[in-house]
Design a protein around this ligand. Structure first.
Ligand SMILES: *Cc1c(COP(=O)(O)O)cnc(C)c1O
Length: 504
């Protein structure tokens, strides 16, 4: 290891590769050589058939260009790639706004129980009562946790939940004769909020946050009028601040017939403590893949249920779960005011099973404890780092803490550099440059999964990096030094991704 990386707390992924791999980039991925096989078939013990004759003109004349490798080469290739990656199973994943908590293995086990995992969506209701029970119980739990009246589990992600929720808002206003024109969104909002309002046909009106990072009630009162369909509010906000005037915000909106939408992606700070339904929220979404422990990242399936008050119930997407006259469960498609279907079948059922397993395993006390631990962990980090990193909002932090790179930027080191240096210390970076209302943001969310020992390692790494910024800023500006590749062309990677092997 170079002197640059001597004082590591200890990287957990070895970016180390064998010399021939670094010398010849081509050898890392181009491993094919003609004639190699990863399988062996037993000798043919039936008469051979003439495949060409059987397939006729669909028989391909030129062999497909597939890599040819032995079994051990394939295994080593994928195992090696896995060691160049980072995962929650290797260490803390402090990616703010994402709630990258650990997903207990038992949830995975439960979601794979054959009768649940293999329940086909076309199975007749009479044969699907077990999985329908699971769905109903999860609905009941989430309604209880949010304090709302009803729910749909259909949406496949948070942004999809927002879309569904604002469709409900629109349908409700339309049923009153006017869909209204605009949706108000604070400047601290997650980027998906304005995108949602726009795609639902609304004009987005920005609302500037006050000095505490919250809503300025007077500015809001001036802005809300009879053309306001809703306010979309993330609570706690993206700077990890709880909006403690929320009931007054609801009153201001309701007085003009506008609705309060809550982006509930940050419910990890509220579950078991307060319920949005009790503080005036009309409709909200949850991210099961954040708060309720479904593994995420990597684009896997998610789930963004939408919970709402009873007056929005007629507009819920079809189908909705119902109890039939004979007491069995089934799907109700007879919903004349429904916004229609937003997802195939009834959403990502595997996520429902994981979420229910998580909720039942924790119970009410466990969920409350989880929330308290998540908030405690964020505040522990805040307390241990605020002497070295600028804290732009002094308002109490909930489940995440947002610093800025103001002091380090004076030395020419930006939040992105510090994040990349964290990789050398064995941590996944925090969220960089978001939320936008904090220039040079370092957004850190430890979640409740982390022990004090792991938090101390992270804090030690962040403190060591702050020291490096003072003494050897170049070291930070050129990080990471321990990974297989260092700084990447991030724009190129996003615009022209190379996601699969193609023949050379
Ligand atoms: C993650 C997040 C979303 C979007 O959720 P996806 O499942 O990624 O679509 C929306 N709002 C906030 C505040 C979030 O943190």
């Amino acid at each position: 290891m170079s002197s640059a990386t001597e004082n590591h707390v200890g990287p957990r992924t070895t970016g180390k590769v064998r010399p021939h791999q670094t010398q010849n980039e081509r050898l890392v991925f181009e491993k094919s050589s003609p004639g190699k096989k990863a399988y062996k078939l037993p000798p043919l013990d039936v008469p051979a058939i003439d495949v060409a004759a059987l397939l006729g003109e669909t028989h391909r004349k030129v062999a497909g260009e597939l890599p040819e490798l032995s079994e051990i080469e394939i295994i080593r290739h994928f195992t090696r790639l896995s060691t160049w990656n980072y995962a929650i199973d290797l260490g803390m994943y402090p990616l703010g706004s994402c709630t990258m908590k650990y997903n207990p293995r038992v949830n995975e086990f439960v979601s794979r129980i054959e009768g649940l995992a293999e329940a086909h969506p076309y199975r007749p209701d009479a044969l699907a009562q077990g999985i329908l029970d699971v769905i109903e119980l999860l609905q009941k739990c989430l309604i209880e946790i949010t304090g709302m009246d009803t729910i749909t589990l259909q949406p496949a992600a948070g942004a999809h939940g927002e879309f569904t929720g604002i469709l409900l808002v629109r349908a409700r206003h339309e049923s009153n004769g006017n869909p209204r024109r605009k949706v108000i969104i604070p400047d601290s909002a997650h980027g998906t909020n304005p995108a949602t309002a726009a795609i639902c046909g609304y004009q987005v009106e920005n609302l500037k946050s006050n000095a505490d990072g919250g809503i300025d009630l007077e500015a809001l009162a001036r802005q809300v009028d009879e053309e306001t369909a809703a306010l979309m509010l993330t609570n706690p906000s993206t700077i990890g601040v709880f909006e403690n005037q929320i009931h007054k915000i609801a009153e201001i909106l309701h007085a003009k017939g506008a609705l309060l939408y809550m982006d509930g992606a940050n419910m990890n700070a509220l579950v078991g403590k307060v319920r949005p339904g009790d503080f005036g929220v009309d409709v909200m979404h949850l991210n099961l893949h954040k708060t309720f422990s479904t593994p995420h990242g990597g684009g896997g399936p998610g789930s963004g249920p939408v919970a709402c008050k009873a007056f929005l119930e007629p507009f819920l997407p079809t189908p909705v779960l119902m109890t039939k006259a004979d007491g069995t469960k089934g799907w109700n498609y007879d919903r004349p005011q429904s916004v229609g279907r937003v997802r195939a079948f009834y959403g990502n059922t595997g996520m429902f099973i994981r979420a229910l397993a998580y909720i039942l395993a924790n119970g009410p006390d466990g969920l409350r404890q989880t929330t308290e631990d998540a908030v405690l962990n964020a505040n522990y980090i805040r307390h241990k780092l605020e002497d070295l990193y600028e804290l732009p909002y002094k308002t109490p932090s909930m489940h995440e803490v947002v610093f800025s790179d103001k002091r380090q930027a004076a030395k020419g080191v930006k939040t992105g550099d510090i994040a990349k240096r964290l990789i050398d210390y064995g941590f996944h970076p925090y969220t960089v440059s978001f939320p936008l209302i904090v220039p040079g943001a370092l957004m850190i969310e430890p979640t409740e999964s982390e022990s004090v020992e792991e938090l101390d390692l992270f804090i030690a790494a962040m403190r060591a990096i702050a020291k490096e910024v003072d003494e050897t800023p170049e070291l930070v500006k050129t990080a990471p030094h321990s990974t297989r590749v260092s700084r990447l062309d991030e724009v190129g990677a996003a615009r022209k991704p190379v996601l699969r092997w193609k023949p050379a």
